[in-house]
Design a protein. Sequence first.
Length: 305
Amino acid sequence: MKRLLVLLALALPAHAATYYVTVAGLGGEPDYEQRFTANAKDLDKVFKATGPTAHVTTLYGPQATAAQLKTTLVAVAQQATATDDFVLILIGHGSFDGTEYKFNVVGPDLSAADLAALCDKIPARRQLVIDTTSSSGGAIPALEHTGRAVVTATKSGTEKNATVFARYFVEALQDPAADTDKNEAITAMEAYTYAAKKTAAFYDSQKRLATEHAVFNDTGRGEPVREAGNGSGQLLTSFTILRTGSAQSAANNPAKQALLAKKEDLEQQIDTLKYNKAAMEPGEYKQKLTAALLALAQVQEDLDK
């Protein structure tokens, strides 16, 4: 029960704002430069369309330097609050020497430890780092932290080939099919699952041996996993990356923002309860789940008016 209360505390606050930082690192070749920049620009457009509570910074080309990324993250640390969400997306190439992961940018490359130190100073209690680069799995040990979900395109630092995961992660935020529960909100888990499946299908269609296997760690400890279960996946499931349709309209309507925040809080409560069903008394679980579902139905009715 103590663990359940901690998880609920992480899930419950209404999020005043979301800070999105996207970085397209060095491509090395014109094709990669163009691809990475296009992905970053697509995300910039998607995030800016979410409304006034989105604070969006996108770095690509000459702007995507180690110094500029550090400056950006320092600024987020000064502006964000504990109840805000923070999303960092890395696109490009990474390297791993057997011990240390580095993200390839203009100027000195940034190590996973460098990135973790900068993220640690950001007060947002809920953080999401999406590292779509080659060798990105090697960054997880340094980046994992309580309240931070880390998604990587590769399962380890030794998967060093260029990845396609970024392409499908961007697509997930543009394709209504990614919203599997049809609640007009795409969570980090939905986007991850969509991108991972599309990536696997890509290699199958090309009749190529897959050189990347996406994983995540959202518990702040232990080894990364490929699927939710045994406590993993709770933060990803409750972390809304963006809203769509009427939910996005509600987010941009001051009169409905409080209702939308309450809806998300209730959905997060329900997800947390379901993940912890086995650790609860059946009667207590049923009582709390029923109460949350009834409250959610009422909020949805109010939003639809």
